[in-house]
Design a protein around this ligand. Structure first.
Ligand code: AMP
Length: 280
């Protein structure tokens, strides 16, 4: 059964009455198979699922695409319905009618993580992760989930949210699910629709380069030289780095897993992707 709430009071009242487990899937809408994979897993693992659709202004920089971010609620609902149909599970779609539902007048609290928010994407989007952690914390308190689902596609976001959960001892299980890709290999993203077909093709350079790094890493070859050359030859890179997969700090000989992360710009659109490599 599907219920749509546009007010946080509806969500809170409903949550107070829920018996059984609750899965939370925070999204900004314009749903694609990546988002839907999170919902499907939540449906499998929980009695109730709450999918939130909220384009959170505080995680956008002043010159970013908040105004033109695709808002497609009716299509999103149809996609959710097609997954929920036939399943004997409760699904709540929380779609705040205004930003005041999340940030009422006078709101002045921010959840801000330490140095993790300053590296990688944080160098280019200095206020982004404060916006993410604050809204996710708020969605956690409104939904009080048993489990919360995030995509590996936004790897730094996952590590930051995991750190917030650990540091603040938020009582929930965090699940990080694999990246869903197009047939060509591009990680699905709501922002891919900004790209022309030529750019969609050029965007494949991102995953091809990450795979080359993976190969060099696994063969214990000098990936640093390759990365330096790649960065100097292609000005589209915001960054291309290999870090410790658990901490996002420097990769050490003792690291159990590595993550190869890239952000690649095509016009005004930034594509993100990553590959995790188990080292033991
Ligand atoms: P967004 O609507 O972009 O904020 O994304 C909402 C959630 O969906 C986040 O946890 C994302 O990491 C996840 N997500 C986005 N794209 C993908 C993808 N291609 N595969 C898996 N999860 C994804």
């Amino acid at each position: 059964m599907l219920k749509i709430f546009t007010k946080k009071e509806e969500l809170k009242n409903y949550r107070d009455q829920i018996i059984g487990s609750v899965g939370l899937i925070p999204t900004m809408g314009n749903l694609h198979e990546g988002h839907l994979s999170l919902l499907k897993t939540s449906l499998d693992q929980n009695d109730n699922s709450i999918i939130t659709i909220f384009v959170n202004k505080t995680q956008f920089g002043p010159h970013e695409d908040f105004d033109k971010y695709p808002r497609t609620f009716d299509e999103d609902l149809t996609k959710i319905e097609s997954i929920v149909i036939g399943k004997n599970k409760e699904v709540i779609v929380f779609h705040p009618e205004t930003a005041d539902e999340i940030y009422p007048p006078g709101f002045q609290t921010s959840i801000s993580i330490g140095p993790l928010k300053e590296i990688l994407c944080g160098q280019f989007r200095p206020t982004h992760f404060d916006g993410v952690t604050t809204v996710v914390y708020k969605l956690f308190t409104l939904s009080r989930p048993t489990r919360a689902y995030f995509g590996q596609k936004d790897y730094q976001q996952c590590i930051i949210i995991k750190k917030m959960i650990d540091d603040l001892e938020i009582p929930l299980e965090m699940h990080i699910l694999p990246i869903i890709r197009s047939v060509s290999g591009l990680a699905l993203s709501s922002r891919n629709q900004y790209l022309s077909s030529k750019e969609l093709n050029e965007g494949l350079h991102l995953i091809k380069t990450l795979k080359k790094c993976e190969q060099l890493l696994l063969q214990k070859e000098n990936y640093q030289t390759f990365i330096q050359k790649e960065l100097s030859q292609h000005s589209e890179w915001d960054y291309l780095e290999i870090r410790d997969g658990d901490t996002l700090l420097t990769l050490l000989p003792t690291s159990k897993k590595a993550v190869i992360l890239g952000a690649f710009r095509l016009g005004k659109t930034r594509l993100l992707d990553n590959i995790v490599v188990n080292l033991c």
